[in-house]
Write a protein that binds this ligand. Structure first.
Ligand code: UDX
Length: 452
């Protein structure tokens, strides 16, 4: 997308990201875009999982106390962490804005607070200080709709649901089955509902920005707009409206040199994002499925992402000997560069929304193995609605994996998926170019903010 520099203005935007990698990235990408439009950007963030300022010298980063105890911060219970942050941080944010941001450069008024939907304390703080606020939703519209359905089903006493209905379709959100509903695995259903009801309670904010695109999420977006008081701005894929990278973990770029040596569209790239983990048995099935497919693979294994091990100690020794030059394992990859590389022909993904969007934007077909929450909704859409990939079954065994890898990369029965993936990439490019849906809406949003 064309980036136009406008005259710097005396307008400051405060951005409040949710402290998870998959949420920090789109917020920083959005900040980079807004900065290119002439706004000053201040990132107010929790001390927990704070973003690295190194890649963004153009922003001001200010940490605020988040009230998390060490046991809670290290518990891995994201629901409890987010509830605690929301209970504590309204006062921290107000204090930061009035004692630091407003005093540092009094000539620059805070035009607007843009906050991740999970940082809803920001809306209350903004309202109290009489500053307009905007929500950034970093997930798909389809998932947003599925979460609304969870709230409705819960209010009718239908959640938790019995195992007997797991594979039944949920009315009105075809093709989501009960087992695909985005329910958090980290805490009780009551705690999850407490969080999600507040996330969806949009009373104060002026607009909602969605990191999705009309060509993917049109019907869900239409439904959401019809039922929403706030205007929806569909601005995705955010990583495509800015050229700046937003790295928070150290990337191993040696994999690009390895990719340079592989044949065109021959490699399967494997990554399960920044949170998901797998057990030893799943690891062995994955490894042998990849090895037996006889296709080259680039595999991101995050330290700590295999249960009970530090890194790759549990990978079967025979497997490590067997794959030789045909495989490459890294702790963290420059994913967007990898997906744009000509040697990558498919992506085995957990279907986090960023990974899904990044893959679709590059026309890379997917093998979906969702782990939790929105990932299950996205896997279902990738495989059944957009038909850009296949979802692995619950059995998760090596022959199924081998077949899936060969299907998306080379076998004739995967040709339709490969063609559709290429077509969808083109549709997204059209939506980002002059006159396209994302291109137009981006400019409307900038006008809205300037008018505050
Ligand atoms: C979390 C949730 O798990 C996910 O369900 C939700 O949609 C977003 O928040 P995460 O699991 O990290 O996200 O997945 P994802 O949304 O795909 O984000 C991962 C990000 O890390 C992507 O932007 C990807 O490009 C990046 N990444 C991943 C790397 O840069 N290198 C890697 O090796 C792996």
């Amino acid at each position: 997308m064309e980036m136009q520099k406008s005259t710097p203005r005396a307008q400051r935007l405060v951005l409040v990201p949710c402290p998870c990698q998959g949420h920090i990235n789109p917020m920083l990408q959005f900040g980079t875009f807004l900065h290119s439009k002439g706004f000053s950007i201040t990132i107010v963030h929790t001390q927990f999982n704070s973003p690295s300022p190194c890649n963004h010298p153009e922003f001001t980063f200010i940490p605020i106390p988040d009230g998390l105890t060490v046991p809670l911060a290290t518990s891995g219970n994201i629901i409890a962490i987010l509830l605690a942050i929301n209970a504590f941080c309204k006062a921290s944010l107000e204090h930061c804005l009035t004692t630091q941001v407003m005093k540092q450069e009094p000539e620059k008024k805070i035009t607007c607070i843009i906050y991740d939907e999970f940082m809803f304390f920001s809306a209350a703080a903004a309202n109290h200080l009489n500053i307009p606020s905007i929500i950034l939703r970093t997930t798909s519209a389809a998932n947003f709709l599925a979460r609304i359905t969870v709230i409705e089903l819960h209010s009718k006493g239908l959640i938790p649901f019995p195992d007997s209905v797991s594979f039944d379709l949920v009315p009105q959100i075809h093709p989501i089955r009960f087992k695909d509903l985005p329910i958090s695995p980290w805490d009780t259903i009551e705690k999850f509902m407490e969080l999600i009801i507040d996330v969806h309670d949009v009373k104060i904010s002026s607009a909602i920005i969605c990191n999705t695109t009309v060509c993917l999420d049109e019907s869900s977006l239409a439904w959401i707009q019809k039922h929403s008081r706030a205007r929806i701005f569909c601005m995705g894929p955010l990583h495509k409206i800015t050229t700046a990278a937003s790295r928070t973990l150290e990337e191993d770029t040696s994999c690009i040199e390895w990719l340079d040596k592989q044949s065109h569209k021959s490699v399967i790239y494997v990554s399960l994002g920044s949170i998901a983990s797998i057990g030893e048995n799943e690891l062995a099935e994955m490894a042998w499925g990849l090895a037996n497919s006889k296709q080259p693979f680039l595999w991101v294994i995050r330290p700590g992402s295999i249960t009970d091990s530090d890194w790759i100690e549990l990978l079967p020794q025979e497997f490590r000997e067997a794959f030789g030059e045909r495989g490459f394992i890294v702790k963290w990859a420059p994913q967007r560069e990898v997906l744009a590389h000509g040697a990558v022909g498919a992506f085995w993904t957990h279907c986090g929304w960023n990974s899904t969007l990044e893959s679709i934007s590059e026309g890379v077909p997917m093998i979906c193995k969702p782990c939790f929450s929105d990932q299950k909704v996205h896997a279902r859409h990738v495989s059944k609605v957009w038909k850009l990939g296949i979802e692995l079954g619950d059995e998760f065994e090596r022959r199924e994996i081998e077949r899936a890898v060969r299907k998306v990369l080379v076998d004739n029965d995967g040709e339709e998926i490969r063609v559709r993936a290429k077509d969808m990439k083109e549709k997204i490019q059209v939506s980002m170019s002059k006159g396209g849906s994302t291109y137009n809406i981006v400019n409307e949003l900038v006008e809205l903010i300037m008018g505050f």
